[in-house]
Design a protein around this ligand. Structure first.
Ligand code: NAG
Ligand code: NAG
Ligand code: NAG
Ligand code: NAG
Ligand code: NAG
Ligand code: NAG
Ligand code: NAG
Ligand code: NAG
Ligand code: NAG
Length: 620
């Protein structure tokens, strides 16, 4: 037979076998053979490196490996020389959250196409390399290692750099002039750097340099803690507006109506369409009212509580929580407010007013503002903004099944980031002592930018001891609060962690399975992750979105760090904000490369995620 014919025949029959980067495959096998790893990777010589190897991504024609992502797989020891450096087409390397030690792999200098290098949270030591070789590098994260020596001036040759994170190492000496216009994020905190911040870097916030021994010329005298201090709102920003008797009359009418209504209403965390029994407020007025009690509006509140409008308004039960029932009051001019009727307020009038006035000062994009409050012997009301998309709880759990619009990953991430910012801001109030005390999905809404926004602030303080929560809400409560009945910032962090797990799993904090079994979300997630079937953790609705597996796993790890049993071990809210924004940043990095990635089904990627959860995150 003609040899050419055989060649053509072979090419036609075995095209898939031919399309494989054989040399890259060998380089990866050599790497794995020479490094200790505590979790098994299914890198088999017999299977296709491009389709079947966890953490490996090839280019579209399967001729080269272009990305290697092995976060948290328990790699230990130095990176073996002359292995990964042979992946000459690789663009993304992520080996973060392992235990890799030794010096920076000098042969990475051969990886000219490298754009993203994540080596943070390892045990690297010794000095940083000469950076001038990687002119394509856009993201470099070497934070949380043991690098020492000075920052090489060659770093300024990285002209495409957008993110540089060298924080939490042992770098010393002066900070070189890093004049890279594309640089957007810089973090040199927690090193041993001296001298001054060069002019080229003065545009970065002071926390980027904190925890060093820099001289005070740049007004950074011996800053040892990263601090993004919230700007203080000065002066009495609360103005009690005295409303005439006519409005007070209305309030009493409204109260009466609300009371009648609520007696008929069954307890529902979020009412479905059928529960929206509208009640006209235009009923008969009550005569007996206490002249000393008034609806108090906060400054900047331009709500037109016009009596005529209000009398035509209708109220509808929005939800019922531990602190009371919330109603939606819709005015005819399309203004809508949420009115919460508090039950079991234990604090006196003065104390209540003081608390409300301090809450009235809180103005932040991610905190739902208080509009007004009302206190009388029998009734305590707070009026706040109404969000027409409903609470995160309703968005996440409402109308599962046919006709439901799934809550996409982007939205969930924005909810989590916004909520973190809101809670962090709340925690910075009252000299850093304010506690929310009731973080849960039904208290988080979407603000106009689509980010999470926290409502129900500070009510825990006027309701102590805290009332026992409704069943679903009990799942948010930190274990120590059950005994002490006292919420703390650390218990807020716990509740926030439950919210993250809820966003990831699509499951309520406490829910029933098919049988009568009651499942606690936190325990369930722990058991699933411990059994290493992490893929099962994620909400099926999320399976349709490509390239989010790393982000989901990262959020899972953050969520689990919040729900640890010991309050002192939970991260601070301000730290969580940075961690959550870190997920977002990784997301930006993923997008450009996604075009070159081969099509992989979402479920395959979820299975990838299952294998990259580091065992260290499983702290029950
Ligand atoms: C290896 O694991 C990945 C992700 O779990 C999976 O997609 C792939 O099919 C596995 N390969 C083999 C040969 O089992
Ligand atoms: C580096 O990337 C460029 C552009 O994507 C590509 O043309 C080139 O072949 C790559 N280099 C190697 C060694 O693969
Ligand atoms: C990192 O190194 C330190 C000491 O150098 C050691 O105590 C620690 O266990 C190492 N961590 C890992 C994850 O290997
Ligand atoms: C990296 O830089 C080289 C030289 O500047 C360029 O030829 C190559 O295309 C770049 N690679 C990528 C992936 O951008
Ligand atoms: C740098 O990395 C540390 C930990 O690895 C992280 O806490 C910090 O937020 C990062 N800095 C920036 C600017 O992203
Ligand atoms: C950096 O650390 C290594 C050990 O990891 C040590 O031998 C070396 O002296 C240190 N260099 C500096 C400049 O501190
Ligand atoms: C910095 O490193 C220390 C010890 O390695 C660790 O305890 C600390 O959490 C790290 N800080 C950050 C912000 O990651
Ligand atoms: C920082 O430098 C001081 C003295 O220069 C040294 O004692 C200290 O151990 C260094 N800290 C770190 C984290 O390297
Ligand atoms: C900070 O630097 C000054 C001199 O620049 C030195 O005297 C001092 O010991 C340093 N402090 C630390 C903690 O390294």
């Amino acid at each position: 037979m003609n040899p050419l014919f055989i060649f053509l025949l072979a090419g036609a029959i075995f095209p898939f076998i031919i399309a494989e980067p054989v040399q890259d495959k060998q380089a990866l096998l050599d790497f794995l053979q020479h490094i200790h790893h505590s979790r098994s990777l299914n890198w088999s010589r017999e299977t296709s490196v491009c389709n079947n190897w966890i953490g490996v991504t090839c280019n579209s024609d399967h001729s080269r490996v272009i990305a290697l992502r092995l976060p948290g797989v328990g790699l230990r020891g130095p990176i073996p020389a002359n292995t990964l450096s042979r992946l000459s087409a690789v663009e993304i390397i992520s080996l973060r959250s392992n235990g890799i030690s030794g010096s920076f792999p000098s042969d990475f200098a051969q990886l000219k196409n490298l754009t993203t290098l994540y080596l943070h949270f390892n045990n690297f030591s010794a000095t940083l390399p000469d950076f001038s070789v990687w002119n394509n590098l856009t993201i470099l994260d070497l934070s949380n290692n043991g690098f020492n020596g000075s920052i090489p001036p060659s770093v300024s040759k990285l002209t495409h750099l957008t993110i540089l994170n060298l924080s939490n190492n042992s770098l010393s000496g002066d900070i070189p002039d890093i004049n890279i216009p594309s640089l957007q994020q810089l973090d040199l905190a927690n090193n041993n750097l001296t001298g001054i911040v060069p002019r080229s870097l003065e545009r970065f916030p002071s926390w980027a340099f904190s925890g060093n021994n820099l001289s005070s010329k740049n007004s950074l005298p011996n800053a040892h803690q990263p601090s993004k201090k919230a700007k203080k709102l000065g002066g009495p920003s609360v103005l009690g507006i005295i409303i005439g008797g006519s409005v007070l009359l209305f309030v009493l009418v409204a109260l009466l109506m609300i009371r009648c209504h609520s007696m008929k209403e069954k307890e529902h965390e979020f009412p479905t369409q059928s529960h929206k029994k509208e009640v006209s407020l235009k009923k008969k007025a009550s005569e007996n009212h206490d002249k000393n009690n008034r609806l108090v509006f906060f400054e900047g509140c331009n709500l037109a509580f016009d009596l005529e409008d209000l009398l035509r308004a209708s109220a509808e039960v929005l939800g019922k929580g531990a602190f009371g029932v919330t109603y939606k009051a819709a005015l005819e001019d399309a203004t809508t407010v949420a009115v919460k009727r508090l039950k079991e307020v234990t604090s006196g009038k003065r104390e209540f007013e003081q608390q409300m006035e301090s809450l009235g000062c809180i103005k932040h994009d991610n905190v739902s503002g208080l509009r007004a409050y009302y206190y009388s012997k029998d009734e305590k009301l707070v009026v706040h903004d109404y969000y027409n998309q409903g609470s995160v709880s309703a968005l996440l759990h409402g109308k599962r099944g046919e006709g439901r619009r799934p809550l996409d990953w982007e939205t969930r991430l924005r909810i989590a980031i916004g909520a973190a910012k809101g809670i962090s801001y709340i925690h910075a109030q009252n000299n850093g002592k304010l506690v929310h005390g009731n973080i849960k999905a039904s208290n988080i809404f979407l603000n106009s930018e689509g980010y999470g926004c926290v409502s129900d602030i500070g009510l825990a303080a006027v309701m102590s001891p805290m009332p026992p929560p409704a069943m679903r809400a009990a799942g948010y409560r930190a274990p120590e609060v059950t005994d002490t009945r006292k919420a703390t910032q650390a218990s807020d962090v716990y509740s926030y962690g439950v919210l993250l797990l809820e966003l990831l799993t699509g499951k309520s904090p406490i829910h029933a399975t098919g049988g009568d079994e009651i499942v606690h979300l936190v325990r369930w997630v722990h058991s699933v992750v411990r059994e290493e079937w992490t893929a099962e953790v994620f909400d099926v609705e999320l399976l349709q979105y490509p390239n989010i597996e790393e982000e989901m796993v990262e959020m899972l790890q953050i969520g689990m760090s919040c729900v640890v049993r010991i309050p002192e071990q939970r991260p601070k809210m301000s730290v969580l904000v940075k961690m959550m924004e870190g997920i977002r940043r990784a997301n930006m990095e993923n997008q450009p490369s996604s075009e070159t990635k081969p099509e992989t089904s979402a479920s395959t990627q979820i299975r990838h995620a299952a294998e990259i959860v580091p065992s260290s995150s499983i702290s029950a």
